[in-house]
Design a protein around this ligand. Sequence first.
Ligand code: ZN
Length: 105
Amino acid sequence: MNYSTTREKIIDILRKTDRPLSVDELALILDVKLTAKEIYEHLHHIAKTIRARSRECEVLAMEPPHCRKCGYVFKDLDKPRKPSRCPRCRSELISPPRFIILRKN
Ligand SMILES: [Zn+2]
């Protein structure tokens, strides 16, 4: 699969899924060798393009990552990614962000 095919496939999966998916789950469904970093990069671009392409009918929603130890929620991420450590309790047990494409109205 080339780069744009992969991106279209991710969009397709996130449209059809009935629950938000993590990057690891996406990699399993895609069945291609992509690093988490590469998939996050795809998601970053999908978030920017899908809104324009659908004339704002669709949006890539992200369930933010959270700390599994103290419950801290990472609300202010500039880009989709999995933080390595909780700023509040220093735990590294971070639940990854999950993604889904939602249609408005
Ligand atoms: Zn924490």
